[in-house]
Design a protein around this ligand. Sequence first.
Ligand SMILES: NC(=O)c1ccc[n+]([C@@H]2O[C@H](COP(=O)([O-])OP(=O)(O)OC[C@H]3O[C@@H](n4cnc5c(N)ncnc54)[C@H](O)[C@@H]3O)[C@@H](O)[C@H]2O)c1
Length: 356
Amino acid sequence: MSDEAQAPRINIKAEEARRFVTNVLIGNGVPQASAETVARCLVEADLRGVDTHGANRIPSYMKRIRNGVLDPKAVPTVKEITPVVCQVDGHNSFGFLPATLAMEKCIEMAKTYGIGMASIKHSNHYGMAACYALQAVRENMMSLVFTNSSPAMTVWGGREKLMGVSPIAAGAPGGPDSIPFIMDMAPSVAARGKVHRALRRGEKIPTDWALDGEGKNTDDPAKALEGVMLPMGGPKGSALSVWMDVFSGVMSGSAFAGHVVGPFDPSAVSDVGHMFMAIKPDLFVSLDEFKERMDYLYKRVVSAEKAHGVERIFYPGEIEILNQEKREREGIPWTQSEIDALNAEADLVGAPHLIV
Ligand SMILES: NC(=O)c1ccc[n+]([C@@H]2O[C@H](COP(=O)([O-])OP(=O)(O)OC[C@H]3O[C@@H](n4cnc5c(N)ncnc54)[C@H](O)[C@@H]3O)[C@@H](O)[C@H]2O)c1
């Protein structure tokens, strides 16, 4: 059990979390409609159990506004490139805004032409990538969701922080007897947060997670934090992170090749790039047939013969759906220290505290 799991939790209803985040954002100069979009995306991550990308990001995001490196009032704009391709300029707004707008445009184009693609430039951290795949699934659309991000990982064979731990997401609607396919994964062996947790517990880490400051594999979490995270699957994870940079950074005109500034660094503009695609699922078979086939795929996956010691096989995105069902019912479990940090942000702008 993690340290966090041992700390007492206070369950906050999703609606209250959204209200709170919206008010703090408005207090920091974000227009109401934009604030509601950002709050919806952050709380969706919390609901799905992706706590690393939820409302607890508010303090670091607000610091970026206060330092003048993120424009709270910026409104993204769209330029049509071809009938099925558009370019969205985030104008250094919250990444959630150009990302949501871009997927909206992709869906619109795909409804008419079967496919829609958007390249997004001058954006910021957009949180949980699944947010935009879910946006497409709600409209019965398949999707690809790419982003680049600040350097945190080495390329295979290297020792310097160069590539981002840039998540790759994809989605497809399910049928009446299944759930949507939602894949959302970062290309590193393990999240850096797990290294922090091992350090707190005085535990060792597996030697394939990270390199120390001298480029050597280490089982010491403190040394790992001085070094770099390793890509999953060696050269394969490394290639996936370069892939995200080609499609999101090089292609869009945004920063790339290690020049994106991270969301926890309030010293400079991020200039993140993304690339989205929406695809109509019934281009080659009818929608009913597509959904029947998705049901069959789901059944085949979750009822596969289990390996020794495995109790249940999950479909991509299934654990997050189970988390969401529980948290919609019971609330989002935050620790007192997390609530205190959020309330401190509210105090800075005179917004109301979280009602617990
Ligand atoms: N915006 C950014 O720059 C950025 C950067 C890094 C990560 N992130 C976000 O962080 C989040 C976490 O990423 P992650 O790589 O740690 O995700 P993860 O390892 O928790 O999950 C990755 C994928 O594996 C599936 N999965 C997990 N456990 C499973 C199991 N037991 N059986 C079957 N499938 C399973 C999940 O449904 C998911 O599709 C993501 O939402 C990602 O978008 C964002």
